[in-house]
Design a protein around this ligand. Structure first.
Ligand SMILES: [Zn+2]
Length: 187
């Protein structure tokens, strides 16, 4: 089922997610609905806050992305992306690995038509549980690392606009304010 996507500045986007402790059929169904919602909106990641739930849970799918845009190791091997994407990620814990920082123009499904450059570390290790509660360790870089960092930020109430330089943020300030007004009017 495609769920409505919450737009900025709905307060739920600022809520820190509760840890996932129950890995049941309802969580898997939520994950499936979030994947369907993300695909319908043509996104590559979606966090629980974006469908109105403050939970440490997000989905990611880079099967359509250019394989040259990222590299990874999942639990010590490198399976084809088709085998584990779309990913359902619960309780992600990110460790930044020594690497260059990278600037990239990000978008967000909670900010329709708004984009801006965000600088992030390139390589990370992320420990998480899947929707069945099975723990995993992924080391990744490039677009996959960026996408997971963006989604993990959502789970803590942090948004990509918080990570922009003052100059980038100022350049889109009017669009952000207009979006906040529109969201408020629709509430
Ligand atoms: Zn986002």
């Amino acid at each position: 089922m495609v769920l409505p996507i919450v737009h900025y500045n709905d307060p739920v986007l600022r809520q820190k997610g509760e840890p996932v402790t129950v890995f049941d059929a309802a969580l898997t169904q939520l994950g499936r609905d979030m994947v369907e919602t993300m695909h319908a909106a043509r996104g590559i990641g979606l966090a629980a806050q974006q469908i109105g739930k403050a939970l440490q849970f997000c989905v990611v799918d880079l099967r359509e992305a250019d394989p040259d845009d990222f590299d990874f190791e999942l639990d010590g091997s490198r399976p084809p992306v088709e085998l584990f994407m779309p990913m359902m990620i619960a309780n992600p814990k990110i460790t930044v690995l020594p690497s260059e920082k990278d600037s990239y123009e990000e978008g967000c499904l909670s900010f329709p038509d708004i984009r801006g450059d965000v600088v992030r570390p390139d390589e990370i290790e992320v420990r998480f549980e899947d929707a069945q509660g099975v723990p995993h360790v992924m080391v990744c870089n490039g677009l996959l690392s960026r996408c997971i960092q963006h989604e993990a930020d959502h789970l803590n109430g942090t948004l990509f606009i918080d990570r922009m330089s003052k100059r980038t943020r100022a350049a889109i300030d009017r669009s952000i304010k207009a979006l906040a007004e529109k969201t408020k009017a629709q509430a």
